[in-house]
Write a protein that binds this ligand. Structure first.
Ligand SMILES: [Fe+2]
Length: 207
């Protein structure tokens, strides 16, 4: 074996660090949940993705390009799932913050009121989408042209490639809440909307 054989291929995509301490969302989302969710689930998607694309023509693609180019392709389902879940989770961490919830920044609040009538109506629509999503998936606030709307996606599906601009998301896979809330998804969703949702992040994403 030469010295070169011992050099490992560097990771192509990297698990981003959480934008806050693992304990920072407690008690709404415990450190235990965050530890598994970020350190095992999100990391698993990143690691699987790197394995799947290593040495292929897709290895030098950005994450967004990978998602776009593999969506809907029967022979690329595993790559799509792991790439989209990698992106969705990085977006989810930033959609939350310690001491979140409350009032959105003025520019976003104005857009919310124009599209939904009120902040409460927007939150209700997000909660309904999050609880009504059958099985695993995501609830999203997105921007479509000048209008804001709420959409839900199943499994790894992401509005990133649906012609709209994602503003924030809530993960409703059971791994996001089961350790803290068991089957009470609505309690998790409402607590996130009231106490953790990062309206500032959504405002920054407005086009
Ligand atoms: Fe998740």
């Amino acid at each position: 074996m030469s010295a070169l054989d011992t050099i490992e291929t560097p990771a192509l995509h990297v698990l981003p660090a959480l934008p806050y301490a693992q304990t920072a969302l407690d008690p709404v989302i415990s450190a235990n949940t965050l530890g598994f969710h970020h350190g095992k689930h999100h990391k698993g998607y990143v690691d699987n993705l790197n394995k799947l694309i290593a040495g292929t023509a897709l290895a030098d693609h950005s994450l967004e390009r990978l998602v776009a180019e593999t969506a809907g392709k029967a022979d690329k389902v595993a790559i799509f799932n792991n790439a989209a879940q990698t992106w969705n989770h990085s977006f989810y961490w930033r959609s939350l913050r310690p001491q979140g919830g409350g009032e959105p920044p003025a520019a976003l609040k104005q857009r919310i009121e124009a599209s939904f009538g009120s902040l409460d109506a927007c939150k209700k629509e997000l909660a309904t989408a999050a609880t009504a999503q059958f099985g695993s998936g995501w609830a999203w606030l997105v921007q479509e042209a000048d209008k804001l709307k709420v959409v839900k996606t199943g499994n790894a599906e992401t509005p990133l490639i649906q012609g709209v601009k994602p503003l924030l998301t809530i993960d409703v896979w059971e791994h996001a809440y089961y350790l803290d809330y068991q089957n009470r998804r609505a309690d998790y969703v409402n607590a996130v909307l009231d106490k953790l949702i990062n309206w500032g992040f959504a405002a920054d994403n407005l086009g």
